[in-house]
Write a protein that binds this ligand. Sequence first.
Ligand code: FAD
Length: 375
Amino acid sequence: MKRILIVGAGFAGASYARTLADSGYLVDVIDARSHIGGNAFDFVDENGLRRHRYGPHLFHTSNERVVTWLKRFGTWSEYRHKVRALTQDGNHVPLPINLDTLNLFFGLELGNEAEVEAYFSRISIANDAPGNAAEYLYARLGTELTDVFFRRYTKKMWDLDLEDMSPDVVKRIPIRYDRNDLYFPNDTFQLLPRDGYTAIFENILSHENIRVRLETPFEKSMEAEYVHVFNSMPIDEYFDFVDGELPYRSIRFHHRTDSRKVTHDWSVTNFTDTGPRTRETAWHLLPHHLVEDTGRYTYTSEEPCDYRDNNRERYYPVKTADGRFDAVYSRYKERAQKLDNVTFIGRCGTYQYLDMDQVINQSLMGCERWLALHG
Ligand SMILES: Cc1cc2nc3c(=O)[nH]c(=O)nc-3n(C[C@H](O)[C@H](O)[C@H](O)COP(=O)(O)OP(=O)(O)OC[C@H]3O[C@@H](n4cnc5c(N)ncnc54)[C@H](O)[C@@H]3O)c2cc1C
């Protein structure tokens, strides 16, 4: 049987591994970490809460094929994610901004979409050709909402001012004129795995043709033993950074235990203050996450930082308006295309921010294309 090496046991690697194993290949999966699941890894902590080690992972998609594939490996429950922002006066207001956000934030009594539209046109600063993200948002929302809900978040998350970002980056931010307070209103499927993501990974990788080795960093000498390598490691690291480093933002997670069990209907609270933290997750408010009620509840807040200040934990590729890091990535991609027996996959292999459904979709399709060529 032909042997394949997969580097990384996240969604990219696991999707490739299972598809290849189902097609009769012998697959070795290695991961430098001590667990499978990549950044979607979860576990039950000392307080009895299922916690996602690398931040809350909410699965949402309209891609039916990806959902059908995932349902082969476990039971998924419907979940409608909601987020609220804590404002300086102690209110929790819906995010994305909607009619209720305006009423709570400005103390208004707007009753319908036409009144919201009229209010926005009063507070916005007309600008037909916004040159940066700040000007674009001022033209839609005015200064106060922009500064409280977007300027501070952007500074914390990306260490950037809105003036230094392209309008394109914020054009996709939804703003609602009605009372809809769902975080992902347009996705057909919003699901969470009943027994956690790690159990899904265990089932994906549970196949007689798949062997998993953890705490095993990739070494180039491994390639000789395999007909092909699908590699989800950072592409710049593979090439010893010859064309320069591809930067990422990272997150430091802070956990606290509290005997207070909040009971509201949103699990994530965003902070609008000028402190370093962006948001806090109350794990017990996600379905199937209160595994054992110990009377102690874990709350996790997030502090973004440069990945070099967090043990090189790479989370979000840095995208600048001038595209300079995309240009660096293109040089690595050219090098990669010259390798016959290696394909770079996933978030760090292709230097893109990808949601889980996108990674799975790309991987299933990429693997099928490869199989069509190689049998
Ligand atoms: C804070 C945060 C929140 C997120 N929230 C959501 C969300 O709500 N919804 C959503 O859909 N997506 C979310 N995502 C995105 C999701 O994590 C990714 O889509 C997914 O993890 C990508 O899978 P991957 O396999 O490409 O990468 P990863 O999950 O990062 O897996 C790559 C694996 O490769 C291993 N590896 C790297 N280098 C080597 C090496 N040299 N040798 C051996 N192994 C190596 C790593 O240890 C890692 O386990 C979030 C991401 C982050 C960071």
